[in-house]
Each structure stands twice: as C-alpha cells, then as structure tokens.
Design a protein around this ligand. Structure first.
Ligand SMILES: *Cc1c(COP(=O)(O)O)cnc(C)c1O
Length: 394
C-alpha cells in the first residue's frame, strides 16, 4: 500500500502501517502466505520472472510476500535502504560475511561478541582464509591499530553481552571508512526502538529477530538491513545458499514489530529500576547497566541510545556458590540463557554461555564467577526484586 510520504511518517506509525500489501479479500489483519512457489500466467511470464525482467515472486527460497512485508517494515524502522531476512541471527551474520568477504580478507571485531559470532569469525571463517582481530570494545585506538591492507569489515555489538560495554558507533564508523571498510553493527540488544546505527554512520545492521523483534520467545529469525549495495550482495548469497526465513516466522516477527517500541521502553524502564535496586543491595558488588551513572560509558550510551536496554548484569559478592544460590532461589525468573522475551531470564555466564573458554580468558574478559545476567521482561519489577532478594539474603 502507498503510505503518505510528506510529511515523513513517525517510526511509531511505520511500525504499524509499513509493509502491508492487502490482498483481493481486503483483510485487515495481514495475510500469511504459506507457499513455497508461485504460479505464472504463461511461459513468457515465467521466463521474465526468472530473468528478473519482471518483478514478482518465484520461489520462497528468495521471495515470499510475508517475508517481504517483514523486510519492508524492519528497513523502515532502521532507516535502511533495504533489508534481507534470514532464518536466524547467526545466518544473518554468516550471510553478511559470505557476501562481503573473500579469502585473504581481514575483519576487525569488538571483544565480547555473542559466543556463536565469536566462533564464526574466530573459528569457521578462519578455515576459509578470513582472519579476524578482536579488539577491546571501548578502545577506539585499538580499532585503528588493528587495520590491515585487506581489512574489509568492522563488526561490533553494542551494548555487549553480558557486561553491557558500549561501543562508540560513530567513532568506529569513521575509522572503518578511513580504512575503506564497512561497519556492521549487531543491533540485537537495543533494536531500532532504542538505537539506529545507520544514522550514526554504520553501513549495515544485523539482527537476531529471535530476541526483541519477536519479543515473545516464539520463533527464530534474523535480518541484514542497510545500504542496498550491501544487502543486494547478501540477497545473492541467500538466493543461492538458502538460509531463508520461513513465512510463518516472518509473520510472527512482522506482528512483533508493532509492539517493539512500547516493549523496549517498558523493559528498559524496569531494567533501570532493577539496576538501581541491585546497586543498593549489600550482597551485590557491582552492577553493569548503561542507564546507570556509575556505568563507565554512561554518557556515550545516553547519547547513542534512547534508553539503557533490558539487560542488567551484576557481580554477587563471593563467587560461584553465592551466584548459584541467587539463581536457584528464584521461583519466577526463568533459568535460561535466552533473552529478549517478555519473561525475565537469569544466566550464570561463567558456567553456561562462557563456560567453554578457559578461566584465564574468562577473567581477562571480565566474566567473574559471581557474575549474573538478567534479561528483564514485562513482569512487575516488585515481583522480580522479591525473586532476586531471596537468594541475595536481603
Ligand atoms: C542470539 C544472538 C545472536 C544469534 O541469533 P540466533 O537467532 O540465535 O541465531 C546474535 N547476536 C546476538 C547479540 C544475540 O543475542
């Protein structure tokens, strides 16, 4: 449908109204097109569709109206020229790498990336002759020093997981562009509701739509959004290799985007309140949350994000036993490594998400044995405090 363009629509309106193509039935709720292929009127049309001469759907590995709807809406929210949806967040990152890199190329990535992303860049891609340098997330000088003649891609995640370190997106964009490289930002934790990396100079954004974009823990999905020159290459890879988002999952995520802003604002407000409360608990040594003035990059975070996000981490005084006691004393909060749900979750990173790295590497990364990560959902904050207070002996 043609939306009014002048004056430009607010993101709140785009979240509800963009991406809709009504069918001949005039449905108000969007249709879900569960079809793998599409029929043509005649042989000539089939040929024109296949050659790309005529626009239209062909085969759902690379074209489906429900997936297109979700891509259009996410592109509108990120302020991106185009978006390509993928089966998961990891397949979005893989597709970006396959589309933009070749053997001999070099990547600069921030420390503290999502575990599977670290393994993808540090392990799998290195088998194909693509080397990655990991640099401290908050040290702009380290990004600059890591540049090599074949550096093609900078990849950062902000805030980082689980320590909520904040990367200066505009600062890294300037360094990447000076080096003739692209900057990709994993915008999973903030979503476009709180942070728009493209407006800060990034070339491309990747998403695990599994997290806040769906927001209710139902489906896996991912996306690459940004400059069309980049997403066109990602599309060529996806068309051939097939890490495609299913139309069912696309529909769920499409509807999730409608409530994204109010969820992110409510979950961020609850996380801030919980972070303040945790800071006052005698059993807590340190709280990591970008919305707190005690956070080392608080000012940068408040400049580049609309709110602190929904992830709060904290060090429990003592070590593993004291941290496990907090986890095991919860009756409400889910013990799971997932995040981005309306249900609040709790994780002990040192023995789960970061359990496979050496204790020395873990310490160097700042992941202590007393560290816990809470991904705040939409329950009452008072009930969450009560649930955590039990194990903190408060
Ligand atoms: C979960 C996650 C991913 C991977 O997404 P999947 O949908 O699980 O493949 C990538 N980056 C971040 C920051 C994540 O939290």
């Amino acid at each position: 449908m043609n939306l009014p363009e002048d004056p430009p629509l607010h993101p709140d309106t785009l979240a509800i109204r963009s991406g809709i193509e009504r069918s001949q039935f005039g449905e108000h709720g969007e249709a879900m097109y569960l079809t793998s292929s599409f029929v043509f009127d005649n042989a000539a049309q089939a040929a024109a569709r296949f050659s790309g001469e005529e626009e239209g759907n062909v085969y759902a590995r690379f074209s489906n109206p429900t997936v297109t709807a979700m891509q259009t809406r996410l592109a509108a929210l990120e302020g991106a020229e185009a978006c390509v949806a993928t089966a998961s967040g990891m397949s979005a990152i893989l597709s970006l790498a396959m589309a933009t890199l070749q053997a001999g190329d070099h990547v600069v990535a921030s420390n503290g990336l999502f575990g599977a992303t670290q393994q993808l860049f540090g392990g799998i891609l290195s088998k194909f002759g693509i080397e990655t340098s990991f640099v401290p997330a908050t040290d702009l000088g380290a990004y600059r020093k890591a540049v090599r003649p074949r550096t093609r891609l900078f990849f950062v995640e902000t805030p980082s997981n689980p320590l909520t370190e904040v990367v200066d997106i505009a600062g890294v964009a300037a360094i990447a562009h000076e080096a003739g490289a692209l900057l990709a930002v994993d915008n999973c934790f903030c979503t476009p509701a709180l942070q728009r990396p493209l407006a800060l100079g990034a070339d491309v954004v990747v998403h695990s739509a599994t997290k806040y974009l769906d927001g209710q823990g139902r489906v896996l999905g991912g996306a690459v959004a940004g400059r069309k020159a980049v997403t066109d290459e990602v599309f060529k890879f996806l068309r051939t290799a097939g890490p495609t988002l299913s139309p069912f999952n696309a529909w769920v995520i499409f509807k999730g985007l409608e409530t994204l802003r109010i969820r992110m604002e409510a979950q961020s407000a609850a996380a801030l309140e919980l972070a303040r409360w945790l800071e006052a608990q005698p059993g807590v040594a340190r709280v990591y949350y970008p919305g707190l003035p005690s956070h080392p990059q608080h000012e940068l975070a408040m400049r580049q994000q609309k709110a602190g996000g929904a992830i709060v981490s904290f060090d429990v005084k003592g070590g593993r036993d004291e941290a496990w006691k907090v986890v095991d004393s919860t009756r409400l909060i889910s013990i799971t490594a997932n995040l981005g749900d309306t249900k609040t979750t709790i994780t002990h990173p040192a023995t789960t998400t970061h359990g496979r790295i050496t204790p020395e590497a873990r310490m160097a990364a700042g992941i202590g044995d007393g560290l816990l990560r809470v991904a705040v959902g939409l329950e009452s904050v008072e009930d969450l405090k009560t649930d955590l207070a039990r194990g903190l002996g408060a």
